[in-house]
Design a protein around this ligand. Structure first.
Ligand SMILES: C[S@@+](CC[C@H](N)C(=O)[O-])C[C@H]1O[C@@H](n2cnc3c(N)ncnc32)[C@H](O)[C@@H]1O
Length: 352
């Protein structure tokens, strides 16, 4: 396929995903209004001007995603990497799950978790139904629906947003360019179902990749997605990002995507501190999470609506938290940040 055709195919696919996301949200909101009106969240309507700003911001994200693939930061095939058949099979399950989500919202029940969960094994803040999702993060059912749910939530832009960590991460790893690529170790904290590890594998085909998460169910799903890839299988480890089971200085890069907004402030600091401990001097940390009020005030309504619709108990606090200050407090230097659509990316280096 020629370059122009591939680009056209990518843009068309993204537009299709965006339309499906919007249509799903519209249909499910209407259905909830009919069947569970008490549970309908009180959201603010988005003015046309803001919708246009969002559209343009997403366009820029997709254009950048294409350009960075063209520049060779990651293979163009990664842009099309989506488990379509799998998602098609799981889509009806999302609908079947919706009434449970509504009921939890109606009853303000945010601690509705599987009975057999060993509560001692997890921090208290984790034992909740984030996004009102069935079983929280603690079942195979939840892990099976997670990726599709996120794709729909972000109108198909979740993967392009995750990929924004790749350029700063690769640039940070240039400090270790004299080493064999296969000796470079990269950790993805709160790897969930491993979508970020898939992107990392595309950009760093020879590096040793490790993913850590508190949920063994999500790690099982990650193992399913990752074992389809050729090359070394990333190592998956169950653990708490606040105190990870690895030796000091044993990674050259650490990434962490969409975790910080789900943590209370002290846990946020603990994760950043522990990433600092795990990095070799000169190593790079790249964080990705929601944009915040200070850097993207124009999207305040979208952020407000997000926390009204989904159970996100720490999001309000996160929105005005200074991640830059937290990175510096942990000892990091060369702190930089940039925003892409609804995602903020922070890069920081452990001093030599
Ligand atoms: C919103 S999901 C993001 C997952 C993944 N990074 C992504 O991009 O899709 C949050 C993840 O963080 C994990 N998590 C939450 N608190 C954690 C902690 N203290 N330590 C490790 N993982 C944690 C959850 O199990 C879940 O997989």
């Amino acid at each position: 396929m020629s370059e122009t055709l591939t680009k056209l195919a990518y843009r068309t696919m993204q537009q299709g995903k965006s339309l499906v996301g919007l249509a799903h949200k519209e249909a499910s909101t209407r259905l909830m209004g009919l069947l569970a009106p008490d549970g309908t969240p009180k959201t603010e309507p988005l003015p046309a001007e803001l919708l246009e700003q969002l559209r343009q911001s997403m366009e820029r994200l997709i254009e950048l995603d294409w350009q960075e693939a063209e520049q060779g930061l990651y293979p163009t095939s990664l842009l099309f990497d989506a488990p379509w058949l799998d998602w098609a099979r799981r889509y009806p399950l999302l609908w079947l799950d919706l009434p449970l989500t509504w009921r939890r919202r109606q009853e303000r029940n945010v601690r509705d978790l599987p009975r057999d969960v060993n509560r001692e094994a997890f921090p208290d803040y984790y034992l909740q139904n984030f996004h009102h999702q069935t079983d929280g993060y603690l079942s195979d059912h939840s892990a099976a629906l997670y990726d599709l749910g996120v794709e729909i939530l972000f109108n198909g832009s979740a993967e392009p947003m995750r990929r924004r960590i790749l350029r700063p991460l690769r640039r940070g790893l240039e400090a270790f360019a004299q080493r064999p690529a296969s000796s470079v170790r990269v950790l993805d904290v709160a790897t969930g179902t491993g979508r970020t590890l898939r992107q990392l594998r595309g950009a760093l085909p020879h590096a040793q990749l490790v993913g850590l998460d508190l949920s063994s169910a999500y790690l099982r799903q990650a193992n399913r997605w990752l074992s389809q890839l050729s090359g070394e299988l990333p190592q998956l480890v169950q653990g708490n990002g606040e105190a990870m089971p690895f030796a000091d200085g044993c990674f050259q890069a650490v990434s962490c995507v969409f975790l910080l907004h789900e943590l209370p402030a002290q846990a946020r600091q603990n994760v950043i501190n522990d990433a600092f401990r795990l990095l070799e001097p000169g190593g790079v940390l790249v964080l990705a999470d929601s944009v915040q009020l200070q850097d993207s005030p124009e999207f305040r309504l979208v952020m407000d609506n997000f926390r009204r619709i989904f159970h996100e108990p720490y999001y309000r606090d996160y929105l005005s938290d200074s991640i830059e200050a937290r990175l510096e407090q942990a000892g990091f230097g060369a702190v930089a940040a940039e925003s892409h659509f609804m995602t903020r990316i922070w890069t920081a280096r452990k001093p030599l």
